[in-house]
Design a protein around this ligand. Structure first.
Ligand SMILES: [Fe+2]
Ligand SMILES: [Fe+2]
Length: 291
């Protein structure tokens, strides 16, 4: 799999000259084309999983995240795919279908890795088609905005500390960058979508956005309380930081997440919106900790 980041699609010099109106057709074309044109055609079936030293394999197996990682990708695929048929615009639908395809491919990569290294998984639950596809799409989108931000930092930390051997880091690099593309696509879709719905629907939509955030925060707080009970959880930040953090500390980890987030978002067209809520909260937390 290629691990290079895509080339910058516009220079700051041109950004000022060609402003983009959020919600316009040009905006929709740009965020859809950005996702579609940066597609990486790797195939999970042909990934050559690097041989690991017994200690490296042991470390990998001991990470208590594999069940939930596989299930999260499975659910993400279904949530995103279920929204695509409701979208009338062909380009937007194509981009959402690609997003769903990539979530399914993440699940394949993880499943193949788990098999290659003999990690045993709990039986997967049945993935149920969501009754409210727009809600499900937003739940996955905002959830990825939270989890990817921390995953970027944790991944960099695991790379630095040698927790993951370099060959394995290279194998997972495209998956990480795909999540960056997904959240970039998602926040631009939210901005475009809210400007293209009838005015009477908008207050209801904003309430739903708030409800999604509360649902996700509640879920993560509930899970944080259960950490240590021996069950696998999807609080990747808490579990992952303990495992791969290498004594970096929460402040150091947040700084690393911010740097990595900037780096991963850097190559894309500067006129597109970036995920802002989680980086802002992280910056605030860093400032408070320094104070
Ligand atoms: Fe994914
Ligand atoms: Fe994703």
């Amino acid at each position: 799999m290629s691990s290079t980041l895509p080339e910058a699609r516009s220079s700051p010099a041109t950004d000022g000259a060609r402003r983009l109106r959020l919600g316009s057709d040009a905006h929709r074309t740009l965020f859809c084309r950005t996702l579609l044109d940066t597609f990486n055609p790797y195939r999970p079936a042909v990934i050559d999983w690097p041989a690991l030293e017994p200690s490296e394999r042991e470390r990998l197996i001991s990470l208590p995240i594999w069940d939930i990682a596989v299930q999260t990708e499975g659910r993400a695929r279904l949530n995103v795919a279920s929204y695509a048929p409701l979208v009338h615009d062909p380009l937007l639908r194509q981009a959402i279908e690609l997003n769903a395809f990539e979530e399914g491919r993440h699940k394949h990569v993880l499943s193949n890795m788990v098999q290659a290294y003999g990690i045993s998984l709990a039986p997967e639950p049945e993935y149920v088609l969501p009754g409210d596809p727009e809600w499900a799409f937003m739940l996955t989108g905002y959830s990825e905005c939270i989890d990817s931000f921390f995953a970027f930092g944790l991944f960099a930390s695991a790379k630095r500390s040698g927790f993951f051997p370099p060959a394995l880091v290279d194998t997972f690099e495209p998956v990480m960058q795909e999540e960056a593309r997904h959240i970039l696509f998602f926040v631009n879709w939210v901005a475009w979508h809210r400007r293209n719905m009838p005015a009477w629907r908008r207050p209801w939509f904003e309430l739903r956005v708030l409800a999604v955030w509360f649902t996700l925060l509640w879920e993560r707080m509930r899970i944080a309380k259960d950490v240590g009970n021996g069950t696998q959880d999807n609080n990747f930040t808490v579990t992952g930081a303990k495992s791969v953090g290498n004594g970096i500390g929460i402040g150091g980890l947040l700084e690393l997440c911010l740097t990595e987030n900037e780096r991963r978002m850097g190559p894309y067209d500067k006129r597109l919106l970036r995920p802002r809520a989680v980086p802002r909260l992280a910056r605030l937390a860093c400032r408070l900790m320094r104070w």
